[in-house]
Design a protein around this ligand. Structure first.
Ligand code: ZN
Length: 122
C-alpha cells in the first residue's frame, strides 16, 4: 500500500487518491492555429518515463483538490508533492541500466527461492 502526502491534508492511504496523468502539460495558446497532428499530439501523446515522472493527483476521497507529485515509475516511490501552480522540484532523473545478466554457473541455483527440499517435505 502506498502512502501519498496530500499537500493540504497530509499523508493518507493511496485508496483515497486518483491519478490524473502527466503533469505540466500546457494547453496551446491558439488551438485553431495547430494542425490536426499537433492538436492530436497535445491531446493524446504522453511521456512513458522509466524513472522520475511528474504526475497530477487528486485527493478524491478527501479534500478533492488537485496537486502534483514526482514519482519514480520503477520503484513507485514518491519523491515530492507540491501544489498546482508551484514550480516542479529539480529532481535529477534516475538512470536505470539494463538488467544484470543471469547467472550462468550451473552449480548455483538460478533462484534459490524456487528450489525446495522435496525429501524434507515427506
Ligand atoms: Zn487532501
Amino acid at each position: 500500500m502506498l502512502l501519498i502526502t496530500c499537500p493540504f491534508c497530509g499523508p493518507r492511504d493511496e485508496s483515497e487518491f486518483a491519478c490524473g496523468g502527466e503533469a505540466h502539460i500546457v494547453r496551446p495558446a491558439d488551438p485553431a492555429a495547430l494542425t490536426d497532428a499537433q492538436w492530436a499530439d497535445y491531446l493524446f501523446m504522453r511521456k512513458n518515463v522509466k524513472g522520475v515522472h511528474f504526475e497530477r493527483w487528486m485527493h478524491s476521497h478527501g479534500c478533492r483538490r488537485w496537486f502534483n507529485a514526482a514519482r519514480d515509475t520503477v520503484t513507485h516511490q514518491f519523491l515530492a508533492f507540491y501544489k498546482m501552480g508551484e514550480q516542479a522540484p529539480d529532481i535529477a532523473p534516475v538512470s536505470y541500466t539494463a538488467r544484470p545478466a543471469p547467472r550462468t554457473d550451473p552449480a548455483l541455483p538460478a533462484d534459490p527461492a524456487l528450489h525446495t527440499d522435496r525429501e524434507g517435505a515427506r
